[in-house]
Design a protein around this ligand. Sequence first.
Ligand code: ATP
Ligand code: MG
Length: 177
Amino acid sequence: MAETRGLIIIHTGPGKGKTTAALGTGMRAVGAGLRVLMLQFIKGSWHYGELDAAAQFGDRFVLRQLGRGFVKIGAEKPDPEDVRLVEEGWRQAVEEMESGRWQLVILDEILYAISYRMLAAEPVLDYLRRKPEPLHVILTGRNAPPALVELADTVTEMREIKHAYQQGVLAQRGIEY
Ligand code: ATP
Ligand code: MG
């Protein structure tokens, strides 16, 4: 069998599908016998359908929310409590990636946290350069920093053509959350 080469994958851009594509990959990976961890930065206030779906896979697909809900966009400075949660989340992410327990780790919205300056890009770059070789890592969120895009093996930018939200349609249970 071919040796496993751990990939660094980025889902970015303004269109819909970054987190859901990561979840789809997680489901594919679980089906292939890999153990999957998804850490959701920022998120915490909404109860997303994927929390209950992943729970059905037991300890083969673990999903944890690390935040307290979407932070205010356009705020001058992020709230120190949100910054603390993101930094604590990053420490947890490194510990989990080092643990050898997982073959795929998804860092959901981590790029959003970086672009809002809640987390510096450098430690993330440094760690990904020396991560365990066979580990696959997916990073999601808008505005991926160029240095991370350069380091990653596979990068997809979701481009918005249109979104129901613009027609005034509110988020739909099972589709948006
Ligand atoms: P999803 O979780 O549906 O894959 P995403 O991860 O690509 O979306 P985020 O930027 O994380 O998108 O935003 C999360 C929420 O915002 C989701 O409820 C999503 O449906 C919604 N959303 C995503 N793109 C848009 C858009 N272009 N306009 C309005 N709402 C959007
Ligand atoms: Mg998302």
